[in-house]
Write a new protein. Structure first.
Length: 494
């Protein structure tokens, strides 16, 4: 057969098969990998639950740091060209096994790391429920129960923080989105024309204030908001990791004299490196007298409001126009869960109002798509709702009080071995320095992590390198603290 004849035959064959397809009814549904029949789902669900329970128990007996050979894993991953479908049950086992050895295990009781919690069990249940129903929380009409649950938790939390009764807010993907929300509210409040004209609405460059130890996401936030990273004024600290209120007042005066337009003071309640709380009352008073938006970034420390014994450490938070709290940190929900609390609802609706013909409802102060950064929205608030409902304020209070007590214990045991604590560790974050003559901070951290016995990190506190250890796991026991002390001692004297 010539090439041309062959081509013609193929073409005809194809045409014939298209015709045939058009004239017969659609095939009976195959077993779909994406939407398998219920009995398969049940079987795989059971398998997954068993695998996860096994892995969860296994993690505590393993090194905290990853042990996987990453080069080998990348080669294995390259084998997934997605041409040939694979069996889901095998894939579930494969994924759990790789996770078991392929990440820093934040659910390990000797993970004394950054603010990444072992998630509460109710929060994990919430994720399953949310995944099954997959509600869309953009509008109150489509998911009324879910929207009301979130609003209820937000109001309860805002009241607990001492904000006014009309305070409102919403769940965010984390602290960064919540802090971004604060800046947009501050800019819109300072110049309503900001909504239409952006930074051009201001007679001079808009600027805002946070301490030198504030979270560095503020730089990205200023960038995204269109006022530029140079708008972030990193105010000096007082030698103890807290914003220096006098330096703040000086910076404000200097900026005004130079023609800049201050719009916001963002105090931190629980710095990321050291858990320090800025002078919230003084910062609030300065913001009030200067007519600025007062934001309190309590991403980590805000959890203390759940404890009757410890919430006094956040005195002044009630003066805020807005507050960031991350449930995915000390409140131990699963990852990707923040909160933005606003003292006045109108601030949110003027910053985020919008209208779209296709949206099923348009309730200005209720529909999340009209009061927040996001549009399509996951039911994040269920994680905190179920956790709070199951534990109550008292159960959550016990959780944060326990972390603080264990951090205190760690501090005492290290002090007995001539280590010093550079910060005030009352928010369960310790910045520690090895004894004189011991190995330096970098070597200590490297050795502890490499030992697999515990996980700590390196930080800088008031210009000094420190080992940072934070108690984030609700199941960390005194023995785990003792094991960390041993690991630190061994690393410092090696
Ligand atoms: C973690 C943290 C943030 C950033 O929050 P994400 O949830 O990581 O986006 C902001 N501020 C402080 C004080 C934090 O500790």
């Amino acid at each position: 057969m010539t090439g041309a004849a062959e081509a013609l035959r193929l073409e005809r064959g194809q045409a014939a098969s298209f015709c045939a397809e058009a004239s017969i009814p659609p095939p009976a549904p195959r077993r779909s990998a994406l939407f398998p029949p219920r009995e398969d789902q049940q079987r795989w669900d059971d398998l997954l639950s068993q695998e996860l329970a096994r892995a969860d128990a296994q993690v505590a007996a393993q090194p905290v740091a990853p042990t996987i050979d990453l080069a080998g894993f990348k080669r294995e991953l390259a084998g997934f060209d997605f041409e040939t479908p694979r069996a889901l049950d095998a894939m579930l086992e494969w994924t759990v096994a790789r996770m078991e050895r392929g990440i820093v295990q934040v659910t390990h009781p000797r993970y004394f790391g950054l603010f990444n919690p072992a998630p509460s069990f109710p929060a994990q249940c919430a994720d399953r429920i949310t995944a099954t129903f997959n509600p869309q929380l953009a509008s109150s009409t489509t998911s009324p129960v879910a929207v009301e649950i979130e609003a209820h938790v937000i109001r309860a939390f805002a009241r607990r923080a001492g904000l006014p009764p009309e305070a409102t807010g919403h769940f965010t993907t984390g602290g960064t989105e919540a802090n971004y929300t604060a800046l947009v509210c501050a800019l819109t409040g300072a110049a309503p024309r900001f909504a239409a004209e952006g930074a051009r609405a201001f007679p001079g460059p808009p600027v805002f204030y946070a301490s030198r130890d504030s979270h560095r996401a503020w730089l990205k936030i200023a960038h995204q908001a269109g006022i530029g990273r140079s708008a972030v004024r990193l105010v000096a600290t007082d030698g103890a990791g807290r914003m220096d209120a006098n330096a703040l007042a000086d910076a404000l005066r200097a900026d005004r004299a130079a023609g800049c337009v201050p719009v916001m003071i963002a105090a931190t309640a629980g710095t990321t490196n050291a858990g320090m709380v800025d002078p919230l009352v003084d910062c609030g008073a300065i913001a009030r007298s200067a007519g600025l938006w007062y934001h309190v970034d309590a991403a980590w420390g805000g959890a203390l409001v759940v404890s009757d014994r410890l919430r006094g450490r956040l005195a002044g938070i009630e003066l805020a126009d807005s507050v960031t709290v991350d449930p995915h940190k000390w409140l131990a929900t699963t990852m990707g869960c923040g909160m933005f609390l606003a003292a006045r609802p109108d601030a949110l609706s003027s910053a985020f109002h919008v209208s779209a013909s296709y949206m099923p409802s348009k309730v200005a102060d209720l529909d999340p798509y009209m009061t927040s950064v996001q549009w399509s929205r996951r039911f994040l608030g269920l994680r905190l709702f179920l956790s709070l409902a199951a534990a109550g304020w008292s159960g959550y209070g016990a959780h944060v009080e326990r972390s603080v007590a264990l951090a205190r214990r760690l501090e005492e045991q290290l002090a007995a071995q001539a280590w010093t604590t550079a910060n005030d560790a009352s928010l369960a974050v310790l910045c520690i320095e090895p004894p004189a003559g011991a190995a330096d901070v970098r070597a200590v951290v490297r050795r502890v992590v490499a030992s697999g016995r515990a996980w700590v990190s390196e930080a800088v506190f008031e210009g000094r390198p420190v080992v940072r250890a934070c108690v984030t796991h609700g199941g960390t026991a005194p023995e785990d603290v003792a094991a960390l002390v041993d690991a630190l001692q061994a690393a410092a004297s090696a």
